[in-house]
Design a protein around this ligand. Structure first.
Ligand code: GUN
Ligand code: ZN
Length: 491
């Protein structure tokens, strides 16, 4: 791996990064979205990507170019940047996707990488094998071995200063994804796309996608720039960034526009179902749904594609702002609570709070409790781990949601979902959390788990828990030896 990626602000596994693309002479700030350009089907002129939408990188397919006589001649003659009319950096794919779709292609890693180099690509891709989800283990292992051979072959190709992708495959086997990530990271290739997730995303299987990406991330070093291949729906950008993905590519903006589908951050709408355009972009500000429906096909498709790009880039900016402010998890929760499929993704992410916790910064913006999932966030896990180590002074300690009481040697505060904490920590993250007055069962249960951890770590201390009427399911977790006092009923 060349040293082309620098990690800045972090929030869980998410980060702001800087990717140097030497051949283009630019540094791209990540997370970033690359619009996909199909040179045969241009919906929005690439020249507009940078000035109107803020794209710094685009991705196109060198295999499609190589297989079309006119495009090939033109690309070799004038170069990709001139041909597409784009001054930023250009990534090229290799035909692997066509391989997955049609079963065979007539190129190989060496030839296509040299072609990518010759047409002036800034980031090239070898011919990896995108093993589909739910494959047999044997197929996934065999194809992964082939992909790994191709990556090793790619290392030997003279690509000049073009960066090279090292796709990470492994189908829906997280351990294979991890092994693939480790191998790819060990090559001297530069970027690490997580591959063959398009079928998962097309089926909205964001939980399985989450497992695949987190598997790959466990194998890759923290400094590896990670691309989520084919991730183009803005409803999952926050989740994907939280998984530690740095680059996204959107063909969705154009493909969806072709059949009148309108992207939003909480799902897709069909133009026929829209009475209003619920968006602030220039297209939606200037048009009504009827304007779009009555426009000719090309105009409608272009306007919808422009809207789709505006929403997508807007969401990327929101994700970046959230990473800088340390509240990406709140954005992920907001997106999760808008659609059951993103909720599945968020819940799968929370199954791996320990993996997120390891890179989370200790202090961020205020923690907002926005529903039961918040009780499983890495910050809660970290607080519970900390309870194993915090010192308790005194033999008789009150843990209370209310006021301290001098009859005890010491009083600790209790805040669901975290549980007990010494009052000296009250002004530190995450105990400055904003929580609802009407806490839910999951929050109390997590707090009870905190009480259990503290009691287990201090077997010789007597504890009394004064709670504001916790449900039985939470109290069941509190060890018998902790005295209970219900301040809501006075019992
Ligand atoms: N585009 C979407 N998925 C993939 C993948 O797995 N490999 C390559 N090379 N391109 C893709
Ligand atoms: Zn719009």
């Amino acid at each position: 791996m060349r040293d082309v990626f620098e990690v800045g602000a972090q929030d869980g596994l998410a980060r702001i990064g800087e990717l140097d693309v030497p051949r283009a002479g630019v540094t791209v700030e990540t997370p970033t979205l690359m619009p996909v350009v199909n040179p045969n089907l241009v919906t929005v002129e690439p020249a507009r990507f940078e000035s109107e939408f803020g794209a710094e990188l685009l991705i196109t397919n060198s295999y499609i170019i190589n297989n079309d006589d006119d495009l090939r001649e033109q690309a070799l003659d004038e170069g990709l940047h001139e041909m597409l009319g784009f001054d930023g950096a250009i990534m090229t794919d290799s035909g692997s996707f066509q391989l997955a779709e049609y079963g065979e292609i007539d190129t190989d890693t060496e030839a296509i990488l040299e072609f990518q180099r010759d047409i002036g690509s800034d980031i090239g891709t070898p011919v990896d094998i995108p093993t589909p989800p739910d494959a047999e283990r044997e197929q996934a292992e065999d194809e992964l071995a082939t992909t790994q051979d191709r990556l090793e072959l790619a290392e030997t190709v003279d690509v000049g200063d073009m960066l090279v992708n090292a796709p990470v495959q492994g189908s829906t086997f997280p351990d294979l994804r991890e092994r693939a990530g480790e191998h790819a990271y060990g090559t001297d290739l530069d970027l690490f796309p997580v591959g063959a997730v398009v079928p998962l995303m097309n089926q909205y299987r964001y939980d399985d996608m989450t497992e695949a990406v987190l598997g790959a991330k466990r194998g890759l070093g923290r400094d590896a720039p990670v691309h989520l291949f084919g991730a183009g729906h803005p409803m999952m950008f926050a989740l994907a960034a939280a998984l530690g993905c740095d680059l996204f590519d959107s063909a969705a903006y154009a493909i969806y526009a072709r059949d009148d589908r309108y992207l939003t951050v909480s799902g897709t709408k069909h133009l026929d179902d829209l009475h209003y355009l619920p968006c602030d972009c220039p297209v939606c500000a200037a048009h009504s749904p009827d304007d779009l429906k009555q426009a000719d096909d090309d105009t409608r498709e272009r306007l919808l594609a422009e809207h789709n790009l505006h929403v997508s880039f807007g969401e990327i900016r929101r994700v970046k702002q959230a990473i800088k402010s340390g509240n990406l998890m709140e954005l992920v929760a907001a997106r999760a609570h808008a659609h059951p499929t993103t909720l599945d993704g968020y819940r799968a992410l929370l199954d791996h709070s320990d993996q997120l916790e390891a890179s989370d910064s200790a202090s961020k913006g205020a923690f907002f409790y926005t529903g039961a999932e918040s009780a499983r966030r890495p910050e809660v896990l970290r607080h519970h781990q900390r309870l194993d180590r915090l010192d308790v002074d005194g033999d008789d300690v009150l843990l209370t949601e209310g006021d301290s009481n001098h009859r005890y040697d010491e009083s600790w505060n209790v805040l669901p979902p975290f549980g007990p904490y010494p009052s000296a920590l009250a002004t530190t993250y995450p105990l400055t959390a904003e929580t609802p007055e009407r806490m839910d069962r999951a929050g109390y249960e997590a707090a009870a788990e905190g009480v259990r951890r503290l009691a287990a770590a201090n077997p010789d201390t007597e504890f009394t828990l004064a709670h504001d009427g916790w449900p039985e399911t939470a109290l069941a977790t509190v060890p018998e030896r902790v005295d209970l006092y219900n301040s809501a009923t006075g019992e």
